[in-house]
Write a protein that binds this ligand. Structure first.
Ligand SMILES: NC(=O)c1ccc[n+]([C@@H]2O[C@H](COP(=O)([O-])OP(=O)(O)OC[C@H]3O[C@@H](n4cnc5c(N)ncnc54)[C@H](OP(=O)(O)O)[C@@H]3O)[C@@H](O)[C@H]2O)c1
Length: 245
């Protein structure tokens, strides 16, 4: 499947999507390419899937980086800058998810989650903003989670990281205005035919009566990437209404 670009607000814009090899990141990359964006595909371990996503985006360039390491984040953005000569959008999608009893969480468990889910989101935003300012502005979209809004007892560390992403979004929106907007999308349960018992229970409680699709998250990202700078610091839950319960 090769995406045929169409005219629109994203036409020719350069957008980096982190963790774009598969699942939600892939859906976001495909949607943006379909809208005419020049997408930069970031991946870490999933090289084969990332190559497939890049092909499906019409031959997008690939960038590998372990986002746990700030030095690799700096290299990633330098390479994107060298390749495209500009950056218009960043989608901070890459993340980790673990289920742990909070009384058993070690320092390593905590850092495993926070190094990618929160620290990397900040340093990617910092590097992106530096590049975007050179081009007159840009759009940053952070992917949080329903777990950043609602407390989940078996995911205390993950919830803290994703709540951090929401406040990071708000504070950065103030810091980077008016040239750069920073907004946040919080998915609820998104189905890849791999729902465990916990997720099935959440779907049962979801007012929409079903899990979400990755394309529905991608549409929310697309909105923030194409909105004017009067929309910033905002959180959009794409969760079938589950955060309202
Ligand atoms: N799936 C859901 O139901 C759901 C619900 C709420 C929120 N979300 C959020 O939505 C986003 C996407 O979810 P998903 O389920 O599609 O994500 P995922 O498959 O768990 O992870 C996305 C990508 O993150 C990348 N990543 C992880 N550690 C990395 C590291 N150290 N350096 C660089 N990249 C790293 C991986 O890239 P490689 O594979 O290339 O290594 C992975 O493919 C995440 O922010 C997630 O928290 C998802």
């Amino acid at each position: 499947m090769t995406i045929q670009p169409s005219e629109g607000a994203l036409q020719g814009k350069v957008v980096l999507v982190t963790g774009a090899a598969k699942r939600i990141g892939r859906a976001i990359a495909l949607r943006l390419a379909e809208k005419g964006a020049r997408v930069a595909i970031h991946y870490y371990r999933s090289e084969a899937e990332a190559s497939q996503t890049a092909r499906d985006c019409g031959g997008a360039p690939l960038f590998r980086a372990n986002l746990e390491r700030v030095v690799e984040i700096e290299t990633l953005f330098r390479q994107v800058g060298e390749h495209f000569g500009r950056l218009d959008g960043l989608v901070n999608n890459a993340a980790r998810f673990t289920r742990l009893d909070p009384l058993e969480i070690t320092e390593a468990d905590w850092d495993f989650i926070h190094s990618v889910n929160l620290k990397a989101v900040f340093f990617c935003a910092r590097e992106a903003a530096r590049l975007m300012r050179l081009g007159g502005g840009g759009r940053i979209v952070n992917i949080s989670s329903l777990g950043g809004i609602r407390p989940w007892a078996a995911h205390v560390h993950y919830c803290a990281s994703k709540a951090g992403v929401i406040m990071l979004t708000r504070a950065l929106a103030k810091a980077l205005a008016p040239e750069i907007t920073v907004n946040c999308v919080a998915p609820g349960v998104i189905s890849f035919d791999d729902l465990d018992e916990e997720a099935v229970g959440m779907v049962r409680a979801t007012p929409a009566g079903r899990p979400g699709r990755p394309e529905e998250v991608a549409d929310a990202v697309l909105y923030f990437l194409t909105a004017t700078n009067f929309v910033t610091g905002q959180l959009l839950a794409v969760d079938g209404g589950l955060s309202q319960r």
